[in-house]
Design a protein around this ligand. Sequence first.
Ligand code: SAM
Length: 266
Amino acid sequence: MKPFLKWAGNKYKIVERIKALLPSGQRLVEPFVGSGALFLNTEYPRYLLTDANADLITLYQHLQVEGETFIEYCRPLFTPENNDKDRYYALRDEFNSTDDSRRKSAIFLYMNKHGYNGLCRYNMQGGFNVPFGRYKRPYFPEKEMLYFHQKSQNAIFQHADFRVTMESCAMGDVVYCDPPYVPLSNTANFTSYSSGGFGWEEQKMLATLAQSLSARGIPVLVSNHNTDFVQDIYSVASITEFDVQRYISCDGENRSKAAELLALFS
Ligand SMILES: C[S@@+](CC[C@H](N)C(=O)[O-])C[C@H]1O[C@@H](n2cnc3c(N)ncnc32)[C@H](O)[C@@H]1O
C-alpha cells in the first residue's frame, strides 16, 4: 500500500530491497518514519514510529485514534473551490496560527496535496511556507488513510529526535533508520525537512548509535546516498549498493540515477 502523504525521500519504491535485508523481530522501530512506506508494507507484531516533525506525528495520532471520523473531517477541504491560490494561502495562514490540533492536522494533509511538489518546509519562525502547487485535481487519499488507520492499531507514534528513540530500544527490536540524505557534493546544502537541520554531526552520531545498538544485540539497517563519507561512517556495517531512479528537478522531466546504499549493523 502507498503512503497517503507525499514525502521527500520516501522509500516506497525500494521497500522490497529493504525487506530483503531486514531481520525479523518483535517490534520494528523507525526513528525517521516520514510517510511510513516501510511500516505500511511489513508485518511486525508491534511498531514504534517516531519523527522530529511534530505536525506529521500529530496527524498520524488523529488518524490512528479517530479513523473514518477523521477522514470524513478532512474530506471537505478537498473541493474544487479550495484548489485555488488564495484559498490555499488563507488555509496556510490558519494552519500557522491555530491551536486546534485536529484542524491543523487536516490542513497539513490538504497542504501536502495542494502545495508545491508535496514539499514540507518551514521558515525560521517555524511557519509552514510551501507555495501553492497548481495541481489539476488533488487526490483525496481515502483508501490509503483507512489502511494506515487499520495498520496503526499496533503502533505507537511519538514526536522525538532519533537519538531519544534509538536510546530507548531494547532486545527484540529491529531498527530501520532513513535519515535525511547526505548531500551528493560537499558544497550542496542539506535538505531540511523540519525546522531543525540534520548535518554531518547528526549523520556521524546516527552511525555511532547504530553500532552501539548492534553491539547490544539490536540490529539496525540504515539507508543513505552512496558517497565516500557514508561509506566511511558505515564502514563496520555490511553494505549493499544499488541505483534508484529519481526525479532530480522541479519540472519532473529531468531524471537521473542516484547511487544509494543500505548498511546493516548486526
Ligand atoms: C528521508 S525522510 C524518511 C522517509 C521515510 N522512510 C518514508 O518512506 O517516507 C527523513 C525523515 O527524517 C525526519 N527527521 C529529520 N531530522 C530528524 C531528527 N533529528 N530526528 C528524527 N527525525 C528527523 C524528517 O522529518 C523526515 O521525515
